[in-house]
Design a protein around this ligand. Structure first.
Ligand code: BG6
Length: 275
């Protein structure tokens, strides 16, 4: 095990592996089954964001005038503030933090501390995401947990919790549409920001019968993304044939920014349940 990886072990072949580069969760094994997708071509060069798992997008989701796409959190080395600790319940928790430093201040001159607490339960994985403004001026940001779920065949997956909601379609010039379907299927290049997805989602892999439940707190948007064939080929850190095996269902606060006054905190989180 390399020094830049932190493993939360819960027994019964249930574990979470977190890379300090980006505090990126790169594996969640639940009773022996891997829940997340990680590209075989992910570079792990500590320069480019890890392709798969759960990169953290902060202080920006999407293209950014001040720095790299999806912000600097996913390409920064985080601090392990609290090493994995087993609680009386048997659950295991660890805390990762990122604070402003010379590199972040070159792009975004604000004082902040992000505290990312991960707790591994028997069949659930809880992420608490807190941003504190430690500086002397207000700032605005967007944030997102870029979860890559592993699926047996993306065309056989369905996502609930989107019916009747508006979405920004990034593959259709950012036009806004309303989702009509109870269960969304992904038959082509999808890049959609669904807004006001308060109820969370059930992702069902109809080919295997496996189900993932995503519950969210203070993350009002959900991005559904799969690059499909052509875009997959254009990505140097993603296998040409890997797109059918992944589905990104990303909980975030992205369609409108969060503004934090000095001393204030933004508290959000996600719970993923594997069934
Ligand atoms: C998604 C975005 O969240 O991330 C897409 O909606 C983007 O537009 C994708 O292509 C991957 O981004 P990146 O920077 O990791 O290649």
């Amino acid at each position: 095990m390399s020094a830049d990886r932190v493993v939360l072990e819960r027994g019964k072949d249930t574990s979470l592996t977190v890379h300090l580069f980006g505090a990126t969760v790169i594996s969640w094994k639940c009773n022996g089954s891997e829940i997340l997708f990680l590209s075989k071509k992910s570079l792990f060069d500590n320069k480019k964001a890890i392709r798969g798992g759960i990169p953290v997008c902060f202080p920006q989701f999407g293209p950014w005038d001040l720095g790299p796409q999806h912000g600097f959190a996913r390409i920064s080395t985080w601090t392990l503030e609290q090493a994995p600790k087993t609680l009386s319940s048997g659950d295991v928790t660890a805390v990762f933090t990122l604070t402003d430093n010379d590199e972040t201040r070159k792009m975004w001159n604000h004082g902040f501390k992000v505290t990312y607490t991960l707790t591994l339960k028997e069949t659930e994985f809880v992420s608490d995401f807190v941003v504190k403004n430690t500086g002397e001026d207000s700032f605005s940001f967007t944030a997102l947990l870029h979860t890559y779920l592993g699926v047996s065949d993306v065309t056989k997956a369905t996502v609930s919790g989107l019916k009747g909601l508006q979405y920004i379609d990034k593959v259709k010039e950012g036009k806004v549409f309303t989702e009509q379907r109870e269960l969304v299927t992904i038959p082509e290049n999808y890049d959609r920001v669904y807004m006001n997805t308060q109820g969370g989602h059930i992702v069902h892999d109809t080919a295997t019968g496996k189900t993932i439940i995503i519950k969210k707190t203070n993350l009002p948007d959900t991005v559904v993304w799969n690059p499909w064939e052509e875009k997959a080929k254009a990505m140097s850190d993603f296998g040409d044939d890997e797109y059918p095996k992944m589905l990104c269902v990303e909980a975030g606060h992205v369609s409108s920014p969060v503004t934090l006054d000095p001393g204030a905190s933004f508290v959000a989180g996600q719970v993923i349940v594997a069934k």
